[in-house]
Design a protein around this ligand. Sequence first.
Ligand code: NAD
Ligand code: DAU
Length: 331
Amino acid sequence: MKVLITGGAGFIGANFVHQTLADRPDAQVTVLDKLTYAGNKASLDDVADKITFVQGDVADPDVVDPLVADSDVVVHFAAESHNDNSLNDPSPFIRSNLVGTFQLLEAVRRHGVRYHHISTDEVYGDLALDDPAKFTPGTPYNPSSPYSASKAGSDLLVRAWVRSFGVAATISNCSNNYGPYQHIEKFIPRQITNLIDGVRPKLYGAGLNVRDWIHVLDHNRAVWTIIDKGRIGQTYLIGADGELNNVQVVEMILELMGHDPHDYDHVNDRAGHDRRYAIDASKLRDELGWTPQYTDFRDGLAQTIAWYRDNESWWRPQKAATEAKYAAQGQ
Ligand code: NAD
Ligand code: DAU
């Protein structure tokens, strides 16, 4: 099977490349990645001789068309992915997330290629902290940030291309991932690398916002399950019942790294900060038989901390610029 993985030098995409090569010896993997600030080719160094790597933009039809034509399945991870950045400058989010998805859909339509679209639970907006409800595939779209709006728009393009043109596509909307190779602008690796540097963790606002954490390897196993067994045109929500507020996560990181769990600072809140995400993954579990393997968040977090401790050369080059960006925002 020839697999085209867009965004394969990013966090989830790089983990997906590793997993695919390990689990599917028959797969021929091509990665298409623009190598933005968030892409890191070093994440693929250990598999460089097993894949074809193309540096290019998913929004460029001349790049996309021949790669799609030579594939059996396209798994589309590439995106601008960070909410805070989308508040400062939404324009790359529109090009990469909307135009990029449009160009891929046109190419899979032309060449009759299977397409899987990676999306986020943020398309549904947020839930109140005291609401027992979770997101389901029937929850209305209600995105809050330019990032989540661009992802919601890309999902709707996929649905339209399925209905109007018969494109063989599936969509997955996943909750917050954690694990190795995540960019240090994101919440968990930012706090781990701050502590390695002797800096106190930074919580936006009161820190009571809730995220539904899932290990990246569980997300990616679910993606393969959907590609193998999912029904064309369907949306599957991916989550592992991992709801925690940000204070709980920071306290766990501090404790696991040998610090007083109350040794953190509150900083400026994010504009429009979504309160709570929570996924009902029963469709994926019941219809396709997927279950998460990382059911103990504390264990997964401890492994993630160990990975950042052991791989400082991977993240160190980005640390100063990342923190300078946050400092300018009072965060
Ligand atoms: P990331 O920012 O770590 O990686 C994104 C990758 O895409 C980078 O390698 C970057 O170079 C590449 N890229 C960006 N624009 C591109 C373009 N125009 N052309 C080609 N490559 C481009 O992101 P991530 O956290 O790995 O997220 C991957 C996907 O998963 C995204 O679609 C995101 O919306 C979705 N998602 C992420 C999470 C999460 O918790 N991180 C949860 C649910 C869904
Ligand atoms: O829900 C899925 C989404 O999860 C994905 O679609 C996004 O691509 C991914 O970035 C993530 O979005 P979040 O905005 O939830 O993730 P982030 O890591 O930026 O922040 C997680 C929570 O932690 C959020 O409530 C903001 C807070 N936060 C973040 C940072 C960077 C802090 O309190 N302090 C920080 O320093």
